[in-house]
Design a protein around this ligand. Structure first.
Ligand code: AMP
Length: 364
C-alpha cells in the first residue's frame, strides 16, 4: 500500500512512523527539500499545486491524505478525481474557512460562541453592537496558532484590529470566559466505524498549545462524543478529526475542528492502546480501527522555539522524546515529550518537570 501525504512536516513524519510497521510506504509532497518527513518515504519536492507532481502523486498513491488543512481546494479536488482522498475535499473546505465552519457547526446543532461575518470596518462596528465586548476578530482563512487574531476589549480597538487584519474577510466572535479547553480526537474509517479517544485537556499560551493531558472518564466525554459524531456523519468523514472545545458552566462550545491528526492527540503515541497516527492510517485504508483505551495517566508537553539537552529530558525516566528533526526558530514546534504515570499526582509532577525544561528554551 502506498499512502501519499500532502505536507512533510512533523505530523506526516509521525504518520509514517506509525505506518512503517504496518507495511505502508509513503510519498510526501512538500515544497521544502529538508522537510522532516522526507527521509521516511519518497519525497516529491515542489509546490502543492505543481501539476506534474500532483499527477505523479495521484498515479502512484493508493490513498492521499494531508497533514495540514490549508491545501488549496482545487488541489484536493484534482487528486480526488484521480485517486482516493481522505478526508474529503468538502471537510477541508469547511475547516479552511472559519465562517463556513461556524455555520456548519450551527446547522448540525453544535454550539459556538456568538459570531458574525465581517468584511469592512463598518460591518465590524455594526456586529459589535450585538456581539459585545470582549470579542475576538479572526481572519476567515489561513489562521493557526492564534495568528491573524485580535482581542477587542472596547470600541477603541476596532480601527487598529481591522487595520492589522489588512481588510481580509473575517469573523468576529464573543470571547468565551472558559474554565478549560478540551479537544476530542475521533476516527471514522471508510466503512463508517467510529472510535473516540478520551478527552484531551489543553493548555495554550499565546494561542499556541503547550500541554495536553488525557482525561479518562471526564464528565464532558459524552457531550463531546455527541458533537463530534454529528460532525463525522455530516461530513461523511474518513480519518482522524480533532474537535476543539471550550468548557463553560458545565457545557461545551466548539472553537474549531482540524481535519487531520492533531497536536492535542500526541499523547496517544505512548498513552493509548493505538495512536492517533496509526488509527488515521487504519481509517483511510479501511482497516479495523484500533482500541483507543488509555494506558495509564498520559500527557504531552511541546517544545517550542528551542530544544533542551536530550539528556535533560531523558533523565526523567518516564519521558518519551519525539524530536521533529527541525531547526529551532521562534515560535516553531520542534519536539514534544510524552509521559505516562500511575496516578494523576505523579503525572502532574512529571508534566511540571517537562514544562520547566520547555519554558527554559521557549522564546515565544
Ligand atoms: P484558534 O486559532 O481559534 O484555535 O485560537 C487559539 C486560542 O485562542 C484558543 O485555543 C483559545 O485559547 C483562544 N481563543 C480563541 N477563540 C477564543 C474565544 N472565542 N474565546 C476565548 N478564547 C479564545
Amino acid at each position: 500500500m502506498i499512502v501519499g501525504v500532502l505536507g512533510a512536516g512533523q505530523l506526516a513524519r509521525m504518520i509514517a512512523l506509525a505506518g512503517i510497521p504496518l507495511g505502508v510506504d509513503f510519498i510526501f509532497l512538500d515544497p521544502s527539500a529538508d522537510a522532516c518527513a522526507n527521509r521516511l518515504g519518497e519525497p516529491l519536492i515542489g509546490d502543492y499545486n505543481d501539476p506534474k507532481l500532483l499527477a505523479q502523486l495521484a498515479e502512484r498513491a493508493d490513498v492521499v491524505t494531508y497533514e495540514f488543512e490549508n491545501v488549496p481546494s482545487e488541489v484536493a479536488e484534482f487528486l480526488a478525481s484521480h485517486t482516493q482522498v481522505h478526508p474529503s475535499p468538502k471537510a477541508l473546505a469547511v475547516a479552511q474557512d472559519r465562517l463556513a465552519e461556524k455555520t456548519f457547526f450551527h446547522d448540525i446543532g453544535i454550539p459556538t460562541p456568538d459570531y458574525a461575518a465581517v468584511d469592512s470596518l463598518e460591518s465590524l462596528q455594526q456586529a459589535m453592537t450585538t456581539i459585545g465586548y470582549p470579542a475576538i476578530l479572526k481572519s476567515r482563512t489561513q489562521g493557526y496558532d492564534g495568528k491573524g487574531q485580535s482581542l477587542l476589549k472596547s470600541e477603541d480597538d476596532l480601527t487598529g484590529a481591522w487595520a492589522l487584519l489588512q481588510g481580509v474577510p473575517s469573523v468576529v466572535e464573543a470571547f468565551v470566559p472558559f474554565s478549560r479547553e478540551v479537544s476530542i480526537i475521533a476516527v471514522r474509517n471508510v466503512s463508517g466505524a467510529i472510535v473516540f479517544y478520551p478527552l484531551s485537556e489543553n493548555l495554550h499560551r499565546g494561542g499556541i498549545l503547550r500541554v495536553s493531558e488525557c482525561r479518562a472518564d471526564d464528565p464532558m466525554q459524552r457531550q463531546a462524543e455527541t458533537y463530534v459524531s454529528r460532525l463525522l456523519e455530516a461530513l461523511d468523514y474518513v480519518g482522524v478529526l480533532a474537535l476543539e472545545l471550550f468548557e463553560i458552566d458545565g457545557k461545551l462550545v466548539a472553537n474549531e475542528f482540524a481535519p487531520r491528526v492533531h497536536n492535542s492527540g500526541h499523547w496517544t503515541i505512548e498513552g493509548a492502546e493505538t495512536s492517533q497516527f496509526e488509527n488515521h492510517l487504519r481509517a483511510i485504508l479501511d482497516l479495523p480501527l484500533g482500541a483507543t483505551t488509555p494506558v495509564g495517566n498520559a500527557a504531552m508537553v511541546n517544545f517550542i522555539g528551542g530544544l533542551p539537552e536530550t539528556k535533560d529530558i531523558l533523565e526523567i525516566p518516564k519521558a518519551h522524546l519525539h524530536l521533529y528533526d527541525k531547526s529551532p526558530r521562534k515560535g516553531r514546534k520542534v519536539a514534544h515529550a510524552t509521559v505516562r504515570a500511575e496516578n494523576p499526582e505523579q503525572l502532574s509532577g512529571l508534566v511540571k518537570k517537562l514544562s520547566l525544561l520547555a519554558d527554559q528554551v521557549d522564546d515565544s
